[in-house]
Write a protein that binds this ligand. Sequence first.
Ligand code: NAP
Length: 477
Amino acid sequence: MKMMDRAIDGYKNIVAGKYIGIFGNPIKHTLSPIIHDTISMSMNIDEKYIPFHIEDNLGEYVKLAYEEGILGLNITVPYKQDVMPYLVDIDKAAKEIGAVNTLVRVEGGYKGYNTDMPGLARAISSEGISLEGATVVMLGAGGAARAVAYMCLKYNASKVYIINRTVEKAKNIADELNGFFGVDKISALGIDEYDKVMDKESEYIIIQCTSIGLKKDDGLPLVSNDDFYKKASAGVDLIYNPAKTPFIKCLENYGIKAFNGLKMLLYQGVMAYELWNEVVVPEEIVDKVYYELEKKLYGEEAKGNNIVLVGYMGSGKTSVGKRIANEFGYKFIDTDEYIVKKENMTINEIFKTKGEEYFRNLETSVIKELIETTSNSVFSTGGGMPLRRENAMLLKKLGNVYFLRTSADNIYSRVKDSKDRPLLLCDDPKQRIIDMLEERTPKYAYAADYIIDTDGKNINEIMTIIGGIAHEEGAGE
Ligand code: NAP
């Protein structure tokens, strides 16, 4: 018996310095290799992730994996509980949740961890949502819901309601976790009791833990009264495919922040990787993994056919952008002008009256809006827009991003006589440009899909390069 006999097709002949992997059934469609192989590649770690199809003899395969030197494993459906007797140790939180999704190699065997729960907690906090003191309404009481309820208590939610079709399952979770934490915070409700939450609570975070929304013709989960969703302050759906379930669409319709389960999947993987390799995965690499996951899952949905130009002032974003728009029959949008129109104020006035933080938030919400509303457009972006990491990732969703890289000398000669560049109103504008380019160039490069060196090229030449790439990518068809 060899572990590689259980590797799924396409993985049997992989050779690497070290191996990590996943046990499950079914396992063919797992996205985990994207997470772990992207991290290994980005961090120059000679390690490969192998999905193993395990039908029976789970204990023997855990032993064999250890004997063959496998560094770590993920465990997925249906083995998250079944694997527990075959481990030499289990982390306290995983024991309390009652499920293990990560095995870490230790002396004599594997130790079990649960990274689903902290993965979701990290996903929620990365969206700026805090559970501390919050009321949470959970829809569903299956396997995943247990870890979610545990997370709510662990992160000090003040009250948790679990609504489920089979109310006994919600009661079991409530009784067990209330007892375990020595609190009386979790209440179990049947579907027709949702109005009790609405009567008592002015707002709540909804965490959608049922499997309703996976199928194309699914409707809202458990509660069909829109007023129930309108009272949410934020929403999370554990489902990530499709990207927008009826639950997410409903909250977004009311302007309520909602996100899907892809970040939970991402962070449970990142945290497993960190445990196996005793490293911290840098945020830039986490972003990259997320982008790869989105691309694989949602394909073209994740990237519009727009052309996005980023770079420092005077790098030619506007003149090149207008020229491309003309040539392609695309619409030209200057994001600064878009904001000015939207706010009915100049950028300077916005900075003066509302502050930089307000303007940067505005930029982020404008990109989100443009992702939803535009296609066949060329964007000239404000010089500061891609500097925020969140914006850099969002711009990649808006379209293909091109960094027009230009030397300080050329920028200076183009803008030196301009009167409307407040940034350059200083004693030594050229040095200012040099300093700012030094700081910004890596950030523009990070945001970009393609870097175009513009020095020595005229507008036509730059347009031809971008046009060639865009054509290959299928834009303009
Ligand atoms: P599960 O144990 O099978 O539980 C399913 C839940 O959905 C139960 O509460 C069940 O209610 C409810 N449900 C299913 N069909 C229903 C229907 N027609 N009407 C009413 N209720 C229905 O599944 P799970 O493992 O907890 O997973 C739940 C969801 O979370 C899945 O969609 C899964 O894809 C997602 N998930 C995501 C991640 C991630 O990384 N993002 C991780 C784990 C799970 P009853 O109890 O009444 O049957």
